[in-house]
Design a protein around this ligand. Structure first.
Ligand SMILES: Cc1cc2nc3c(=O)[nH]c(=O)nc-3n(C[C@H](O)[C@H](O)[C@H](O)COP(=O)(O)OP(=O)(O)OC[C@H]3O[C@@H](n4cnc5c(N)ncnc54)[C@H](O)[C@@H]3O)c2cc1C
Length: 493
């Protein structure tokens, strides 16, 4: 029986542990925090519950596949979102609901852009082709060398080539005439932790994913149910969890990792090791690889950092749905500065999740549990957050005006997490929320590999390795790393 140690209990680590234990491996998971889940975590404060990060997922069939491939009935109940979310535009008197039904969507935007259903239909058809022509060929696949990568790229129909030379914003400009529709269809870039001006147009396939392919899903009982269900299943299969164990060193012999050492000096031997810690910064900070030195890491493109506010509020907010975006009127200027500014945004764009709309049990009766997420520059650009209360007050003041409810006055519980906090909690490089960006030089074979360059028995899973970030993608990553391990080591039992 092969012994495997996994560093980190994020969704990537947990999903990999499930697949390996189903194959008969003896798995131990080391986690630096007191609780499992990584970014998919929860906060409990004075009778209020909050999902600290992810609040919905796409491609729900990847979760289904994970359990099915391990011979386990999926214990997680999902709930489809429709409308997907609503958007508050500065200067508009009402929010706009994003319906999946294009006739409803056309009606919703009738005062802004003509012929919406036809335009969206045409746009989604192109996204559909892109999705199905790339999904198994270049997204859900391992790359065993540059030639393999080029071969797989070459198998994508050549008609998609122009998407490599445009960004998301240019793509939406070609398809929609109003600023509002352009902004809405480019919001998927923010789900990748970037802006549409830095995201290649190929990601317009994500609009097809959100509207048509599989939509967005919430989890019955809250997002943390995913972690609880996985951890319960894993424990019942004999997987060991060690919390408050942060791996600081990898002991190596003959190009093989032999033991991990944590901050207390405890050592963990195994046959195979998998890092669910960030695939780029772990190579630099723990393995001391020159190609991932701090200088090199700083030159890479990192996704935006999260500034999050958790509020337990007295009273019910009628104007909000579960998922809401609050946008300003200077999208281009905002997107240009948000990555590199040394200051907190003065007119922030932000997302508000009123979790109690879906999970009433998240707050005492008559109250709401609210997460506000504002994407901000990472710690390379804005180095400290002594002014965090100012930004939080700015956002809460703006929100109160726009929803007609005095949030500050009714706040019972409040917590702020800055990029510094996020960085420290989960070892996120410079506080970047979603890991490495998905520009053309950081995807596919060019993304840090899920197989270590030097160590024959060391692998990676999670947001900064293949295929990329987001809950469904790290589940796909767990399938890819298993395939890679079996390719290298044969049978694992
Ligand atoms: C604010 C926010 C909102 C998001 N919203 C969504 C959403 O709505 N939908 C969606 O699909 N995705 C969303 N994402 C992205 C999603 O959360 C991530 O892509 C995904 O959770 C990453 O999982 P992971 O397993 O790669 O890493 P992580 O969740 O970061 O797990 C890595 C684990 O490793 C541990 N660790 C790190 N270093 C060590 C070490 N040396 N020793 C021991 N343990 C270590 C960490 O503590 C952590 O628990 C969001 C992310 C953020 C930050």
């Amino acid at each position: 029986m092969k012994k495997v140690v996994i560093i980190g209990s994020g969704l990537g680590g947990l999903a990999t542990a499930l697949r390996l234990s189903a194959m008969g491996c003896k798995v131990t998971v080391l986690e630096k925090n007191k609780t499992p889940g990584g970014r998919l975590n929860q906060l409990v404060l004075d009778g209020f519950k909050f999902d600290i990060g992810p609040s919905f997922m796409s491609m729900s069939y990847e979760l289904e596949e994970l359990f099915k491939s391990c011979g386990i009935a999926n214990p997680i109940g999902l709930r489809e979102l429709d409308p997907l979310y609503q958007v508050f535009f500065e200067g508009r008197s009402r929010p706009y609901k994003i319906h999946k039904d294009l006739f409803k969507l056309e009606k919703e935007f009738a005062d802004i852009e003509p012929d919406v259903a036809r335009k969206v239909e045409r746009y989604l058809r192109k996204g559909q082709q892109l999705f199905h022509d790339t999904d198994t060929k270049v997204i859900k696949t391992n790359f065993y060398g540059p030639l393999d990568y080029l071969g797989k790229l070459a198998s994508v129909p050549v008609k998609h080539l122009p998407y490599l030379f445009r960004n998301m914003w240019q793509e939406v400009e070609r398809n929609f005439s109003s600023q509002e529709l352009r902004v809405i269809f480019s919001l998927v870039s923010f789900f990748l932790g970037a802006t549409p001006f830095r995201t290649p147009a190929i990601y317009s396939l994500l609009n097809y994913v959100e509207f048509r392919h599989n939509g967005y899903w919430g989890v019955q009982g809250g997002m943390y149910r995913i972690v609880e269900a996985l951890v319960n299943t894993l424990k019942s299969k004999g997987v060991d969890f060690v919390f408050e164990s942060e791996v600081k060193k990898v002991h190596i012999r003959d190009n093989n990792a032999v033991e991990l050492e944590d901050q207390t000096g405890r050592r963990w031997p195994a046959d195979i090791f998998i890092s669910n810690a960030d695939a780029a910064s772990f190579r630099g900070e723990v393995l001391q690889r020159p190609a991932f030195s701090q200088k090199r890491l700083d030159k890479m493109q990192w996704s935006l950092a999260p500034f999050t506010i958790y509020l337990g509020v007295k009273g019910k907010i009628d104007n909000a749905m579960q998922h809401n975006y609050f946008l300003g009127s200077n999208f281009k200027g905002y997107a240009k500065n948000v990555f590199v500014s040394a200051m907190a945004p003065q007119r922030p764009y932000y997302y508000v999740n009123v979790a109690t709309k879906a999970y009433p049990e998240y707050a005492p009766e008559g109250c709401e549990s609210i997460l506000i997420l504002c994407p901000v520059p990472d710690l390379r650009f804005k180095k400290d957050w002594f002014d965090k209360e100012d930004l939080a007050d700015n956002i809460v003041g703006d929100l109160s005006k726009r929803i007609g409810f005095d949030v500050a006055k009714n706040t019972l519980v409040k917590k702020i997490l800055t990029p510094q906090d996020w960085g420290i909690m989960f070892n996120l490089y410079r506080g970047s929320g979603l890991g490495l960006c998905h520009g053309m030089t950081q995807i596919g074979y060019l993304r840090p590999s899920n197989k270590d360059e030097k160590l024959k028995n060391f692998y990676y899973v999670g947001a900064s390795t293949v295929p990329g970030t987001g809950l469904p993608m790290v589940i796909v990553g767990s399938k890819l790393v298993l395939e890679r391990i079996v390719h290298d080591h044969g049978s694992l039992s």
